[in-house]
Design a protein around this ligand. Structure first.
Ligand code: NAD
Length: 505
């Protein structure tokens, strides 16, 4: 059992920020061996206490162990191992080739400097992953960190808070717990980067606060992510994968399928296949299934129930039951939903309700997707590459997953982030390292060749100017030659062959 979550006293927040800044200035986090040690500790924090994390996540939202493993525990452990394996290459100076003839002899490198003191504001739906994965990136890049855990997933926040000082160097990495007041107090301080995960309303508050100090931000937000099915799709496979993308953590995932676009001609087939999947997975009474999560709080139950009950269109063809006290909302399918239903299709659902919208032509479906702000992810289910490419060409989204749901987020070799309203910046693996790094350009010159360098100095003469032109501006002929490299090569070979032939004759 974990202790209750207690909030950090407001009057101590300034001290925490001050202290980790002092530690950053001490240079302790510059050392790669030291960073690796901290990453090993972070790995052990999760590994040694896996069972306790499962218990805390179960208490917070009845998260099934398999989902807690793949959505919370595994990503943190895998990310720590990735950085342990790759930190040396990520952190080493990157050599760069000079573009200007003037710098052909110089040493040019990009040094991977830490940004400084980073504020990470976590979210409740994946409270382990969304706090500790960015933390791993910030540690790897050499920053000190203030970590603000989500106050909504209290049991997990309490557990991380209890374990943190046993594993991590709390001189450099500190947790601040609390809600709006504590976060607001934190945001009044100067950080060198703020990494926020949550909704776009708070995202704007974070960005406004950051702008006062010109602090860069990463905003991991949400939105209405559609799944578009084309007529050729194998409907049972599609139904399985969409059900996975909708009911994983009871729909409380930023990349959940928010609504589905089905060809009018195939809607009955989709509904039948979807019902079959849900019954196979959760039985006739999903409330009794050990594999179905609960909504995190009564506030969110009321919000989702309000969307369902006050909808302006659609028929509930599966589910619809709600037990407020048990924070249970059944896996629910609503057909005949109008795209312009301002209740069901207004905000992100973030719960287990799936509206089905039909379309006549692919162009209509694309038009509907483009009426909303660019989503965090776009799901396309099609066996025809041409159709998939058409959808991708005329839409925008943070990411895309073709013929599956969620798995693109689990693959950390891909950057993860939104675009426009769904977020700013991205992370995971090398992109996390980059998000928390300042690329410092370093040019190192020798104190010789002054006779050449003086073409830059006054008194300016026409001879110096023409030399300067040659040294600083690529000649258009070089660009032309490079772009015609292949045809020129082919022409030269032809001429040589012709010469050999003529000589023999
Ligand atoms: P939330 O309201 O719990 O907010 C997240 C964090 O912001 C918490 O730490 C909270 O303390 C802080 N916060 C809340 N109100 C604040 C305020 N007024 N001022 C300062 N800080 C404040 O999270 P939520 O909105 O319920 O989360 C759901 C949203 O997050 C969905 O839109 C979802 O799509 C998005 N999300 C995105 C990702 C991603 O990786 N892109 C991941 C998870 C969730």
């Amino acid at each position: 059992m974990t202790a209750e979550l207690s909030y950090t006293p407001l009057d101590t927040i300034e001290d925490h920020v001050y202290y980790v800044r002092q530690m950053y200035n001490s240079g302790i986090t510059r050392d790669l061996a030291w960073r690796k040690q901290q990453l090993k500790q972070l790995y052990s924090l999760v590994k040694d206490n896996e069972a306790r994390f499962y218990e805390a996540l179960k208490r917070d939202m009845n998260k099934p162990q398999s989902e807690a493993f793949s959505g919370d525990v595994q990503p943190v452990m895998e990310e720590c191992l990735y950085f342990l394996d790759n930190l040396d290459s990520l952190a080493k100076d990157e050599k760069v080739k000079a573009r200007l003839a003037m710098h052909a002899m110089e040493k040019l490198v990009i040094r991977k400097d830490p940004l400084g003191v980073v504020l990470i504001i976590g979210c409740w739906n994946y409270p382990v992953q969304l706090s500790l994965v960015p933390l791993a990136g910030a540690i790897a890049a050499g920053n000190t960190v203030i970590l603000k855990l989500s106050e909504i997933s209290t049991h997990t926040a309490a557990l991380i808070t209890e374990l943190f000082p046993k594993y991590m160097d709390t001189r450099c990495y500190r947790i601040v717990n609390g809600a709006v007041e504590e976060t607001t107090a934190l945001l009044s301080h100067h950080f060198n980067h703020i990494f926020y995960t949550g909704n776009s309303t708070v995202g704007k508050i974070v960005m406004a606060a950051a702008s006062k100090n010109l602090t860069p931000v990463t905003l991991e937000l949400g939105g209405k992510s559609p799944a578009l099915i084309t007529p050729d799709a194998n409907m049972q496979t599609v139904a399985n994968r969409i059900a996975f993308g909708k009911f994983y953590n009871c729909g409380q995932i930023c990349i959940a399928v928010d609504y589905v676009l089905v060809p009018k001609t195939h809607v009955d087939q989709f509904v039948a296949a979807f019902k079959k999947t849900v019954t196979e997975w959760f039985g006739q009474h999903p409330k009794q299934s050990k594999d179905y999560a609960r909504i995190v709080s009564l506030r969110h139950v009321d919000r989702i129930a309000g969307m369902l009950n006050n909808r302006k269109s659609g028929t509930v063809v599966m589910g619809g039951d709600i037990d407020r006290e048990a924070r249970y909302i059944a896996p629910t399918l609503v057909t005949d939903v109008e795209f312009n239903d301002e209740v069901l299709m207004g905000d992100e659902i973030f719960g287990p309700i799936l509206p089905v919208i039909t379309y006549d032509s692919l162009d209509d479906a694309i038009q509907m997707i483009n009426k909303n702000a660019p989503p965090l992810v776009l799901y396309v289910f099609s066996q025809k590459k041409k159709l998939t490419e058409k959808v991708l060409k005329y839409t925008q989204s943070g990411g895309v997953c073709v013929n599956d749901c969620l798995m693109h987020q689990a693959e950390y070799s891909l950057p993860f982030g939104g675009v426009g309203n769904s977020g700013l910046g991205n992370y995971h693996g090398p992109r996390s390292f980059r998000a928390f790094t300042h690329e410092r350009s370093i040019m190192t010159k020798k104190q010789n060749l002054e006779f050449l360098m003086n073409v830059r100095y006054p008194p300016y003469t026409s001879t110096r100017l023409s030399l300067l032109r040659t040294l600083m501006l690529t000649h258009p002929a070089v660009v032309w030659l490079k772009s015609h490299r292949s045809p020129l090569k082919a022409a030269a070979i032809l001429i040589i062959l012709l010469a050999i032939y003529l000589k023999r004759k």
